[in-house]
Structure formats: structure tokens, C-alpha cells
Design a binder for this molecule. Structure first.
Ligand code: SF4
Length: 229
């Protein structure tokens, strides 16, 4: 029987072993560790989602970072992507504090749930299509349990494609043509959800200025406005 709470779903997700390549990689990263974190115990398992179960906005990422959430066990916590994301969430009114260090840092989200299309850190940040397919049922169950969901912010093209695939799986997206990924693109989906696409806050994008803080803040302010319409 599928779990009937997000907490119960998270408990199942952290025990998932469906992708041998990813499970082996995460365990190896957790065993070897980066020199800066050598005194820490890495999480090393699938990363559970995080946030407000009554959220109207979902932030959908790609997958955990090897030394970020694969280390800390909370999405976008402990790496450069999170250092860029959480201050914006704080400014947009979704997060209780701008700094995300660990699951014990006191961070609370209001109105927002954070998840990703892949739950295990992949080598070179690239899950295979088969691994993304393995992970897709978790997203389906999770979105079913987010009863107030109105807006999905897709962080990067793979997350955007993952949302469209989910909409197709539930029979609400007859054709994908017309839905094009670009930063800031917004679509009212036939299911009633609004999708807003953003560049992913990876260091590759934020260090080069492809994604700036004002650009990212605009996305989350817009998500908030759409969610309360
Ligand atoms: S990526 Fe998803 S499906 Fe694959 S092992 Fe991790 S949690 Fe399971």
C-alpha cells in the first residue's frame, strides 16, 4: 500500500536500492569523503525531501550533490547550490533563515517543498535516463500527497522534463510540444498546475553569471504570487 504521509514516503525513499550504480557511488563517496569533511559522517543514502507538507509551491531539482546533500542528508544543504538557493528562499519568504548547513540548523520552510527528480547523487551530476525512470514513481507519489500544490519551480532542464513526464504519466499532458525550457518560461499545465522554469543554481551557472541572484529571486517571487492567486 502506498504511504499516506510525506513523512512515511520519505522513510521509504531513504531505503530505496533500485539503482545499483548510484547506490554504489553514494556509498563510496561517503566512505572516502572530501578532505574538508573528513571528520564528518556522510549521509550516503537517497536524500529525503524537505519542507512544508501544506506547500503550494514545489521546487524540483535534479539530484543531490555528492558532497552536499549526499553528505548532509537534506536537499541543497551543504554545497554551493544551496548557498545560492536558501538566501533567495529566505528573501522570498519561504525559508526561516538564509543559511543551510545541516538538517539540525533549525531551518524551516513555509509554503514550499523541495524535492528532485533523482534522489541519489550521480557521478558527474548525470543520472542516466533509466535511473531517472526508476526514481519517477517517488515523485508521482510525492506530488499526490502535496494536496495544496499549485506551482512547480523546475530547477534546470532535466527537472522541467521530469515534470512534463509526470504530467504525461498521469494522463494530463496529451502532447509535449509547445513546452520549451528556458529560464523564466511559465506554463499553465492542463492538470491545473503552473510550471515556472529556472536555470539550476549550480556553481557552473551562478559563478558565470548565467543565473544571478535577482533572476533567481524573481522566479520565487513569481511562484509565490502565482500560488496565492
Ligand atoms: S535514484 Fe531514486 S530510484 Fe534510484 S536508488 Fe536512488 S532513490 Fe532509488
Amino acid at each position: 500500500m502506498p504511504p499516506n504521509t510525506l513523512q512515511a514516503l520519505n522513510a521509504q525513499i531513504v531505503a530505496c536500492e533500485l539503482c545499483p550504480r548510484l547506490r554504489a557511488y553514494c556509498a563510496e563517496v561517503a566512505r572516502v569523503r572530501r578532505r574538508a569533511y573528513i571528520d564528518q559522517q556522510y549521509w550516503g543514502r537517497p536524500v529525503p525531501s524537505f519542507g512544508d507538507p501544506d506547500a503550494r509551491v514545489l521546487a524540483l531539482g535534479l539530484a543531490p550533490g555528492a558532497h552536499g546533500s549526499n553528505r548532509t542528508g537534506r536537499p541543497f544543504t551543504g554545497d554551493g547550490s544551496g548557498d545560492f538557493l536558501y538566501p533567495v528562499l529566505y528573501e522570498a519568504g519561504f525559508a526561516s533563515q538564509p543559511k543551510a548547513i545541516s538538517p539540525h540548523d533549525g531551518m524551516k520552510l513555509t509554503g514550499l517543498w523541495i524535492t528532485s527528480v533523482g534522489r541519489c547523487a550521480p557521478p558527474a551530476n548525470k543520472p542516466t535516463p533509466a535511473e531517472l525512470r526508476n526514481c519517477a514513481p517517488w515523485l508521482d507519489r510525492e506530488m499526490n500527497l502535496l494536496k495544496n500544490l499549485r506551482v512547480v519551480v523546475c530547477l534546470g532542464r532535466i527537472a522541467f522534463d521530469g515534470l512534463l513526464a509526470r504530467e504525461a504519466r498521469i494522463g494530463k499532458l496529451p502532447a509535449r510540444s509547445g513546452y520549451v525550457f528556458r529560464h523564466g518560461a511559465q506554463y499553465s499545465l492542463p492538470s491545473g498546475l503552473v510550471s515556472i522554469a529556472s536555470f539550476h543554481p549550480s556553481l557552473q551557472n551562478t559563478n558565470t553569471g548565467k543565473l544571478t541572484r535577482p533572476m533567481f529571486l524573481e522566479i520565487f517571487k513569481r511562484a509565490r504570487a502565482e500560488a496565492t492567486r
